[in-house]
Design a protein around this ligand. Structure first.
Ligand SMILES: Cc1cc2nc3c(=O)[nH]c(=O)nc-3n(C[C@H](O)[C@H](O)[C@H](O)COP(=O)(O)O)c2cc1C
Length: 330
């Protein structure tokens, strides 16, 4: 069974994680039991002070594990754990019989963040977004040139607000792999290919975000146009505000995060999260209010959604080798 458990772990780790930091670790307790743990050394100590994004990332992996189990005809008996320490136990899953297959599982194989420019939007994209909205009551879809223009400006402003903090930029840069020579280019973090940056653009991004250039560029008004992604937001088929009950535990939010992403993939569309819109509290509140979403909801993130251009070649998934994800029993 161990080889099967390892295959399940590898499948679960196809799930998205914030900055691809992959904070989830797995312990094989016996031939049918896996414990999920948080490696608390892998956290965004500046961008995610409270560890919410880690909880969401672990929730997404857990959902990935449940989907992988279902694909093999298994279910899982689940036990919530409240661990402490460097490796924090989060959830125990005992493989059980009687799993029901899940229509979203096939899309875990193709889902990937898409950060390039979208193909020209079409009526088919609109129809696909209508389908997504019908399947996901927690996605509020924004379409139309004026609305996309507005949110593109809000996004650039919010990005500048967070990027002005040197420690935020340093942390972001520490997870960027801008050159193929980076030791972790194919292991974790955000590599140039996944950020849809050419080698020259990747080199430039490192300079612009660096401690020397950014303040000067900002002072003369050049930093914002250089980091701007507003064009990619304006040319999206739509933007989806992903909102959940304000009091929902972040782990559960993470499970749902993965599922709505898979629904969008199932509709033939690709996306890039724009979490900064949710991370700046005033911006998140305004977006919820402007879009008629109540105070009982939290904005988790916003997705810009569209179709990948036909000539796009998806770079291979960047993940840690499965052996490094598995921790030994004490
Ligand atoms: C909680 C969370 C927040 C995320 N926020 C962003 C974001 O703001 N911008 C972005 O480009 N990707 C974001 N992502 C996507 C991750 O960077 C991405 O999943 C990771 O790099 C792995 O790549 P993959 O999605 O292609 O498998 C987020 C993912 C999670 C789980």
């Amino acid at each position: 069974m161990n080889a099967e458990l390892i295959a399940l772990i590898e499948a679960a780790n196809r799930a998205p994680s914030v900055h691809n930091i992959q904070p989830t670790r797995f312990r094989i307790d016996d031939e049918r039991t896996i414990t999920l743990l948080e490696d608390t050394s892998r956290r965004l100590f500046v961008g995610d002070l409270e560890g919410k994004d880690n909880q969401r990332s672990i929730g997404a992996v857990f959902e990935g594990l449940v989907l992988a189990l279902a694909a093999c005809g298994f279910g899982g008996e689940i036990e919530k754990l409240g661990g402490a320490g460097d490796l924090r136990e989060t959830m125990r899953v005992r493989v059980a019989t009687g799993g029901m297959s899940d229509a979203l599982e096939p899309f875990t194989h193709t889902r990937a963040s898409y950060r390039g420019a979208f193909a020209q939007r079409t009526d088919a994209d609109h129809a696909a977004l209508v389908k997504v909205a019908a399947a996901c009551a927690d996605l509020h879809i924004i379409e139309g040139a004026d609305a996309l223009q507005h949110i593109s400006r809000v996004f650039d402003d919010a990005s500048m607000q967070v990027l002005r903090a040197p420690e935020y930029r340093a942390e972001l840069l520490s997870w960027m792999r801008l050159s193929r020579k980076h030791a972790n280019y194919e292991r974790d973090g955000l590599n140039a290919a996944h950020m849809a940056l050419s080698p020259v653009e990747a080199f430039g991004a490192g300079i612009v975000l660096g401690p020397q250039a950014f303040p000067g560029l900002d002072a003369i008004g050049l930093a914002k146009p250089l980091i701007s992604e507003s064009g990619k937001v304006r040319n999206a088929a739509g933007v989806a505000l992903f909102h959940r009950p304000a009091d929902e535990p972040e782990f559960e939010t993470g499970r749902r995060f993965y599922r709505v992403w898979l629904e969008i993939e199932r509709a033939g569309l690709a996306l890039c999260p724009m979490s900064v819109l949710a991370d700046v509290p005033r911006v998140a509140q305004n977006l919820l209010r402007e879009n008629g979403l109540g105070a009982d909801r939290k904005l988790v993130t916003a997705f810009r959604i569209g179709r990948r251009p036909p000539n796009w070649r998806q770079p291979p998934r960047t993940r840690l080798p499965v052996a490094e994800l598995i921790v030994k029993s004490a």
